[in-house]
Design a protein around this ligand. Sequence first.
Ligand code: MF3
Ligand code: CO
Length: 247
Amino acid sequence: MIALRTAQEIETIRKAGAIVAATLDRLRNSIRSGITTEELDAIARKEILAMGGYPAFKGYKGYPANICVSPNEVVVHGIPSARRLKEGDIVSLDIGVRFRDYFADGAATFGVGNISELAARLIQVTRQALSIGISNAICGRSISDVSAAIQAHVESNGFSVVRAFVGHGIGAKIHEEPEIPNYRSSRLGPVLQPGMVLAIEPMVNAGTHEVEILEDGWTAVTKDRRLSAHFEHTIVVKEDGPEILTI
Ligand code: MF3
Ligand code: CO
């Protein structure tokens, strides 16, 4: 069963979403060459708590940090550490927030100082893929329309979509039904209805779509160690179209 949220529930998810967006903004302004990924984690925790939210990833299935910080070849679930960002890196930040009893989830990839043309294009295409996916989240269409639109945009630009991780429903838990793949599969998936709250999150690789999980059991890296980008918004499907809640 996919939950259809009431206006009041959506209001609370929107508040969680505003905390996600404000925290991403704060981190974007903190990114510079020399900062460690655990310093970004600490800034995020402080921001989230100051706004009355709670970092939802902390302790989720044993996840040890507040947010995910995934530089360069790290696709998702990078654990904040003493690793220092350096000029030319890209870094994906993924933030889940609980506010009261509801959740929102968002992510974005940023450059550190001057980045290569390839890195900039990877970021741009991934951001566009999210936006195109969201614009297909229309009542009466199915999840697979969202997936297909994302995949088509990414592949027509010469990049690949990660298969090992997918987007998801969200609301009373961080991960709910349905799954939202970023690639076409044989299944049409559920039909979108007003009140569905979805986290759409294309993960896009410069090379192969294949990933590997490192020894820590979390860090997902590209098999070829080439760059990966990730953008995510929590949205609500409404009669008159999708609305972004992580803004
Ligand atoms: N945004 C990630 C996702 O939807 C959440 C990571 S969960 C954690 O898959 F385990 F890293 F906390
Ligand atoms: Co997510």
